[in-house]
Design a protein around this ligand. Sequence first.
Ligand code: UT7
Length: 326
Amino acid sequence: MLKAEIIATGSYVPEKVLTNFDLEEMVETSDEWITERTGIKERRVSGKDQAVSDLAYEAAKNALKQCDLKAKEIDLIIVATVTGDMPFPSTACILQDRLDAKKAAAFDINAACSGFLFALSTAESFIKSGAHKRILVVGADALSKFVDWADRATCVLFGDGAGAVILQAATGDSGILSTHLYSDGSFGEMLMLPAGGSRNPASKETVRKSLHAIKMKGNETFKIAVRTLENLAVDTLKKNNLKPSQLTALIPHQANLRIIQATANRLGLPMDKVVVNIDRYGNTSAASIPIALDEAARTGRIRKGDYILLEAFGGGLTWASALIKW
Ligand code: UT7
């Protein structure tokens, strides 16, 4: 049976590092609080002139280099982001132009922190249906541009970055074995960016009330995330008739180290099988899984034939998983 296989990965994070100690100078917080509650030590922040398409471009170029494909050979580009350059054109169209990927259709997907897995699943379906042959999927976000730097409950959490994968059809036993997507819009207010859309168009009032910045009910979101992700990981393995011990790596969305540890505990998975980079990058939203996947692939942590579980949870609410035989 036809499968979609990841033939290359790439990632990019901006140069500027913002440490917990830097944040101590900006809001009433401490390195100790941030480290204990989240696992984050530092994050990357994009420059004034750097938009999400710039991060996506670097990640995509790195992925293309890895498989010696030309951008012209890509026939679909999907970008998962909630911090696109502007409402439209889509960031995927901006990226298509930058890459000179003339043959590619391009569109964005919004599923917040689960966005990369929603995009991966969409790409998988296009490949299996035969509609597209070589697909570039990018998860990219620059949430540093959308946080209220006076709100210590959110500004310490997020960082910027991009990760990319290239997919093509495969007939062997390697490839994406299954993807699983879920949403519950009734919890939309848990995690949102209230203004700038048609509900609350930008005005002096929305700016004054800081409604163009992320609002999160952190602790409530945390509790739902732990419960949901634990069950999601168990179910995804069950659906593939796999035991946790058969996994080489769990690559989770990097929102909070305690959430990641809870999922690993539930699976009985030692932490050395879990790919963690939240200490260096914070929560990079749709970029966190493809950045971690790229780092794991490049450092030889995952090899051909390995089983890998990806899982994410984010605004919407949305949650998703993918089981891959590398
Ligand atoms: O990626 C998408 C999905 N996102 C998530 O899954 C994130 C889920 N949430 C979390 O990761 C955690 O809830 C946070 C890291 C955001 C917060 O950790 P928490 O253990 O849930 O803390 P809390 O919100 O219950 O706050 C505990 C205390 C509060 O003080 P009081 O009321 O106990 O006096 C907060 O005001 O910590 C205080 N606090 C801080 N203190 C120092 C909140 N932020 C900070 C801070 N520095 N940056």
